[in-house]
Write a protein that binds this ligand. Structure first.
Ligand code: CMP
Length: 357
């Protein structure tokens, strides 16, 4: 005969509850034994019971879209099937026995009435559950976030292998963007719009600005002289190609980060006076992040050596930004950049291309 109270008091959900609570729970429990390789909870099904394992082991797995993946294994003392009862939702995962497994079963009605009758127990369980799931969610979301960020940068770097202009250019431009956005955020005009999450998004999305160049032919991309008019027209298409690549991602994920990347890809060659491309929009109709990117991109291009042109001196580049204010660039942004130009020069010097051996 199972000592139900001692199983409960060592179980990960009920430990620490007062004896009177444990006894109340025990009076609702039913002992059940499951054969090996049997599904106890099936993902997506409605759930009516939760279980505490007395002996044996189960595997928790979930359908990840590309296949079934094991999330966890649980043994004596562990609880499963509680999520559907608490959230009143379907089973979040499939639980299958790995061997013959003995459990204590608690039905949803009994679980609800226990929570109703014993507010202290309800509070205690809520605390344990919150702790348990916040660690889980935190861990998973951190893992996902870093994978996601690495993937975006890898995607942006694809252009590096095909584009002689990139290399440290991606690193520098994302840092110029962040620097400029930080300066702008204390200006009354941009204060409400440029938030820390905007700046973080900009840091992630900026390296994607030229991703559309993957579709531009080598003869144009690697041409050792300045492009002719027809070639220049073909080169311009990298903005719309990049945007349509981002559009495909947005259709799958709808993430704000890729919406920002979309606007950067499409509009980073627009001019404040409407003489840019691809749409010829002007002034504040050009999205904020694209106006920032335009300054970062041009400034870096001026300072960098190309096969068809030498690097420009810092003072000369600064003058070009000044001349472009109100024509090519948002005049307030250009002014703020120029007022802090030393900080941009530091970024340029910090992230240098490695010279080929
Ligand atoms: P429920 O959603 O009712 O049914 C499936 C059960 O699997 C779920 O309750 C939890 O007990 C358990 N479960 C779901 N996801 C995980 C996970 N990531 N790690 C451990 N156990 C889980």
């Amino acid at each position: 005969m199972v000592d139900v109270i001692s199983v409960l008091s060592t179980s990960d959900l009920f430990y620490g509850l007062a004896n009177s609570s444990l006894e109340r729970i025990a009076s609702h429990l039913k002992s059940v034994t499951f054969a090996p390789d049997l599904v106890i909870c099936r993902e997506g099904d409605v759930g009516h019971s939760m279980y505490i394992i007395v002996e044996g082991n189960v595997s928790v797995s979930s359908n990840m879209g590309w296949g079934q993946r094991e999330l966890d294994r649980k043994g004596p003392g562990a609880v499963f099937g509680e999520m559907a009862l608490i959230s009143n939702d379907v089973r979040s995962a499939t639980v299958r026995t790995l061997e013959e497994t003995e459990c204590l079963q608690l039905d949803s009605e009994a679980f609800d009435s226990l929570l109703d009758k014993d507010p202290i127990m309800a509070q205690r369980i809520a605390k344990i559950m919150t702790k348990r799931y916040s660690t889980l969610v935190h861990k998973t979301s951190n893992e996902l976030l870093s994978a996601y960020r690495a993937l975006i940068f890898a995607l942006a770097n694809m252009t590096e292998s095909r584009d002689p202009e990139t290399g440290a250019h991606l690193e520098r431009t994302r840092h110029y963007c962040v620097l400029l956005a930080e300066f702008l955020s204390s200006h009354e005009k941009f204060r409400g719009e440029i938030t820390p999450s905007f700046i973080d998004g900009l840091y992630q999305a900026a390296p994607l600005h030229d991703v559309g160049k993957v579709a531009i032919s080598d003869s144009i991309l690697f041409k050792p002289e300045e492009l002719g008019a027809a070639e220049y027209e073909k080169m311009k298409v990298h903005t719309t190609i990049g945007a349509s690549m981002m559009e495909k991602v947005i259709r799958q994920s709808g993430s704000e980060l890729f919406r920002m990347a979309y606007r950067i890809c499409l509009y980073h060659h627009e001019w404040w006076n409407g003489e840019g491309y691809p749409e010829g929009i002007s002034g504040e109709a050009i999205p904020l992040e694209a106006r920032i990117m335009a300054l970062a991109d041009v400034y870096d291009a001026l300072l960098s050596k190309r096969v068809y042109k030498p690097a420009m001196a810092m003072r000369e580049a600064e003058k070009r930004i000044r001349d472009g204010a109100g024509k090519q660039f948002d005049p307030i942004m250009a002014e703020i950049m120029l007022a802090n130009i030393g900080r941009f020069e530091e970024v340029y010097l910090t992230y240098q291309d490695e010279e080929p051996a």
